[in-house]
Design a protein around this ligand. Structure first.
Ligand SMILES: [Cu+2]
Length: 156
């Protein structure tokens, strides 16, 4: 009887887990653990880093953080065009930029992504869980090649 119950629970746990893994209602680059980190808890911010977007570059485009830091990026669009900022793997960024080229209406709405109108500023809160280099970019057609940046996640 007990064994039967345990089996039952394991089954439910696995079912929930796989739902969590594969549920991706939007067209987002899927956020799974690819080493890029995860959305950060707004109550546990370690530091604020300001970034500006202009045509067609991020300032700064090279950023240094420490592993386990939760960074609030405050991104201001100081340019005259719309810009976006996505933190992701280069593969996901390239795929998304390609989708955007093929269909400019493609929208991502994940927590690794912000869209900014000229003059607008928005926050993106991110927790860096692994040391390494993480990419960010503006995926818009004509921007993607130049509007790229690197976040160097250093071991503490
Ligand atoms: Cu842009």
């Amino acid at each position: 009887m007990k064994r039967h119950l345990i089996k039952h629970f394991v089954f439910i746990a696995l079912a929930l887990y796989s739902t969590f893994l594969f549920a991706n209602p939007s067209n987002d680059p899927i956020i799974k653990d690819t080493g890029i980190g995860k959305p950060g808890d707004p109550n546990k911010i370690s530091r604020i880093i300001k970034i500006a977007t202009i045509e067609n570059i991020f300032l700064p485009n090279e950023i240094y953080v420490k592993k386990d830091e939760i960074i609030k990026f405050v991104v201001k669009n100081a340019g005259n065009k719309k810009h976006e900022m996505i933190i992701d793997t280069m593969t996901n960024l390239k795929n998304y930029a390609k989708k955007k080229r093929n269909n400019p209406e493609t929208k991502a709405a994940g927590l690794n992504h912000i869209q900014l109108d000229p003059g607008e500023h928005k926050a993106l809160i991110w927790e860096f869980t692994k040391a390494g280099t993480i990419n960010f970019a503006c995926p818009l057609p004509g921007h993607f090649k130049g509007m790229r940046g690197k976040i160097n996640v250093e071991t503490q």
